[in-house]
Design a protein. Structure first.
Length: 82
């Protein structure tokens, strides 16, 4: 039986991806975010860089000159989930 206290790298990646998407989709009007702001909020620049690459590759975010923001598809999907 696997140790329940350990997490896999895939799970940890999904947690960071979810945290960043929640930041980008929040209703507080903070759009767009800089990569540096996201790294400061999460506290792990390397994990943020990797996550942004995954999210961009998946079509969930746009990246433009150090800024990131959710795609229209990601925003629409989040609205449907409510």
């Amino acid at each position: 039986m696997p140790n329940q206290g350990t997490s896999t790298p895939t799970y940890e990646d999904a947690v960071v991806d979810g945290e960043i998407m929640r930041m980008l989709l929040a209703d507080d009007g903070q759009r767009p975010w800089t990569v540096a702001e996201i790294a400061r909020e999460t506290g792990d620049e390397i994990a943020v860089t990797d996550s942004l690459s995954r999210l961009h590759g998946g079509g969930l975010i746009h990246r433009l000159e150090g800024f990131v923001f959710a795609t229209r598809a990601a925003l629409a999907s989040e609205q449907l989930a409510r």
